[in-house]
Design a protein around this ligand. Structure first.
Ligand SMILES: [Zn+2]
Length: 485
């Protein structure tokens, strides 16, 4: 089992200066290598197209210049059997891959530039490897084309086995011992994998990837799956579960919206290039960091509660980018002028969608579920809020805002928890396992409310006054009365 812990690092002034230098050096090498890949692609494009950047497709994988080739560095490997890694029975391929070509270039770069001698070669190689992964992700359609970096974005990653931790200090190659705030214990039998140093607004952080070899990676078998829960995400209620539990949205960005606006206005009035502008920029970045940390804290805790609640967790597979797309412009046919298209209201909705960060919640839940061996699956959400989970009757008039009344069988429920039940049913259908039962919890008494595990959410946030995350409402369907006829 692997997990990452993040600690605050306290380097000395000398070490801190050195880290900044390293960041600059890594950045310049990465940008040279990225430019090289783009140039190589342009050269090969002139000879004949091998891969399409726009389509993100590789026409002939072996010849794709961006993914497979580079022009800086050594193309060919030395055929020394003692140096060969992996399966030695395979035929020897003398051609290097793009990342290997660039790795050899990094060695040459260090030899020709003496000031690079104080940067660990491992660190440079790890950075190049990450750039290669970025290209892989681009061609898999998972991310955008890799960008040229600024030095602040650079993380300094050390290979496994090069870093040592003793009490509250950590030893990096060439940097020496650095103290860190040991906010959580690291087990004795845990193996330290990679360590990454990053600069976060005004302080250095270290992220330590740990592996606990005593706990094997475990995923429940199909026969072990017993329960299923559906999760419907939204704006007002960040998540509604099929067991009728509701978690309100803490609106984290909205809470700090005013403070952010004040600081941004303050920043805009500072003279460009001045030191006061830098200070103001840091104060703005701190608000963004607060928002990020609050959200992460909230989502990790909520994700864990959801992950624990059932063997199979069903989320909706939302097209969030599509939801946030701009409204189409409206044009008057007579005058040719542009009419109001409601984009202003839409932009507020987009802001709320970004603040809710559903994808990140799903990813965190997935991580927590994987630790427990539980499954997280996604289903198509189309029409889930209009379908009745009891009789599967679909109608747009079934739902009226937060109320749901089935026009066919008369079933009535909160619209969001009912949609979650539909998702759970779709999840069962997708897996095709008959033995799965949908988790349900009847909440009737007040003591049940206080004993609910969701009640214990987010203690750090809950201590803040006026925070909606303080209370978790488990509302049964009582806010309106069902009348026949
Ligand atoms: Zn029905």
């Amino acid at each position: 089992m692997q997990t990452a812990y993040q600690f605050k690092l306290y380097p000395s002034c000398v070490q801190s200066d050195r880290l900044v230098e390293w960041q600059n050096k890594i950045r310049s090498l990465l940008n040279v290598c990225l430019a090289d890949r783009i140039d190589t692609y342009q050269d090969s494009l002139a000879q004949g197209e091998f891969c399409s950047l726009r389509q993100r497709g590789i026409a002939t994988p072996l010849a794709c210049s961006v993914n497979k080739s580079a022009s800086l560095g050594e193309y060919w490997k030395e055929n020394k059997p003692s140096r060969r890694r992996g399966d030695k029975t395979k035929p020897f391929n003398p051609r290097r891959s793009a990342v290997e070509i660039h790795s050899s270039f990094a060695t040459l770069w260090r030899q020709t530039k003496p000031w690079y001698a104080d940067v660990s070669s491992d660190v440079l190689q790890q950075a190049l490897r990450h750039q290669d992964t970025a290209f892989g992700r681009f061609f898999a359609g998972q991310s955008k084309f890799p960008k040229f970096k600024s030095s602040l974005e650079i993380g300094i990653e050390f290979k496994p086995g090069t870093v040592r931790i003793e009490n509250n200090r950590i030893k990096f190659p060439l940097l020496g011992w650095i103290k860190f705030a040991k906010s959580r214990e690291i087990g004795d039998n845990w193996e330290i994998r990679t360590c990454t140093i990053t600069f976060d607004v005004d302080c250095w952080m270290v992220s330590v990837l740990l592996r606990d070899n005593s706990i094997p990676d475990y995923r429940k078998k199909e026969t072990e799956l017993k329960t299923v829960i559906g999760c419907d995400v939204g704006i007002k209620k960040i998540v509604a579960l099929s067991n009728k539990e509701i978690e309100p949205n803490p609106l984290i960005a909205k809470q700090l919206e005013r403070r952010l606006a004040i600081r941004q206005r303050n920043l805009s009035r500072k003279k460009k290039g001045g030191s006061n502008r830098k200070k103001a920029a840091i104060s703005v970045a701190k608000v963004h960091r607060d928002i990020r940390r609050h959200r992460q804290d909230f989502q990790w805790k909520l994700g864990k509660q959801i992950a624990k609640s059932a063997d199979v967790i069903v989320f909706e597979d939302l097209n969030i980018q599509g939801m946030k797309r701009r409204c189409k412009p409206k044009k008057c046919e007579l005058t040719g002028k542009y009419l109001r298209n409601n984009q202003k209201a839409k932009s507020q909705l987009n802001k709320a969608i970004s603040d809710a960060a559903w994808y990140s919640l799903r990813k965190k839940t997935e991580h927590q579920a994987a630790k427990l061996g539980n499954w997280l699956i996604t289903v198509n959400p189309r029409g889930s809020s209009q379908e009745c989970h009891k009789c599967h009757f679909v109608s747009s008039t079934n739902r009226d805002k937060e109320k749901f009344v089935c026009e066919n069988c008369g079933h009535h429920e909160d619209a969001d928890t009912q949609a979650a039940s539909v998702l759970a049913a779709r999840g069962v259908q997708k897996l095709g396992i008959d033995t799965l039962t949908v988790v349900s919890r009847e909440v009737t008494t007040k003591s049940a409310l206080t004993d609910s595990p969701l009640r214990k959410l987010s203690p750090a946030l809950a201590s803040e006054s006026g925070n909606p995350a303080k209370y978790v409402q488990l509302e049964l369907f009582s806010s309106w009365e069902w009348k026949t006829g």
